[in-house]
Design a protein around this ligand. Structure first.
Ligand SMILES: [Zn+2]
Ligand SMILES: [Zn+2]
Length: 169
């Protein structure tokens, strides 16, 4: 499948159980078959995250205003329309197969616009607490290893010097 924006060969990429065709190392656009975009546009669906950072060739420039042909159908011009309810992001949709073309960065925009301010704040907090929890878990793990070492040493000493323990009882 050829990229409708820059003409390069699209690369099949998997995001969770969804397969998309991305212009990896080209213009960074992504082709979604029918219904695929709806799923990955949901910011709570972490499967879409892997598609947010495609490699883009800085040499490739794309005319964002130009009408593009559907990469799946022969000679079908896609229609531009707003995707988000807040009319923040425009996407292109094929009237025949129902697939969507998103230019570079548009998936990220859709995902962040779908969040309310409160949700955006919560998502940021969740993100940070995940990082902190991870660090805490690692510290806890390190502490446990230390504690185990100490109890092993104690056990060895108990074996070597049982009388010392007996006396203390
Ligand atoms: Zn491209
Ligand atoms: Zn089509």
């Amino acid at each position: 499948m050829k990229c409708p924006a820059c003409g390069r060969e699209l690369t099949e990429m998997t995001a969770g159980d969804v397969k998309v065709d991305a212009c990896q190392n080209g213009c960074g656009g992504i082709w979604f078959d029918r219904f695929e975009l709806k799923k990955l546009a949901d910011p709570r669906e972490s499967d879409g995250e892997s598609l947010l950072e495609l490699n883009r060739d800085p040499e490739v420039s794309v005319d964002l205003e130009a009408r593009k042909k559907c990469p799946a159908c022969a000679d079908m011009v896609m229609m531009r329309h707003f995707f988000s309810p807040k009319k923040a992001v425009e996407v292109e949709e094929c009237p025949q197969c129902g697939g969507h073309w998103l230019d570079c960065g548009e998936l990220g925009e859709i995902r962040s616009w779908k969040l309310s301010d409160k949700e955006r704040f919560e998502a940021a907090q969740e993100y940070f607490s995940e990082i902190f929890d991870n660090q805490l878990a690692q510290l806890e793990k390190a502490r446990k290893v230390e504690a185990e070492k100490i109890s092993n040493i104690t056990r060895i000493f108990r074996f070597i010097t049982p009388s010392w323990y007996l006396k203390r009882k």
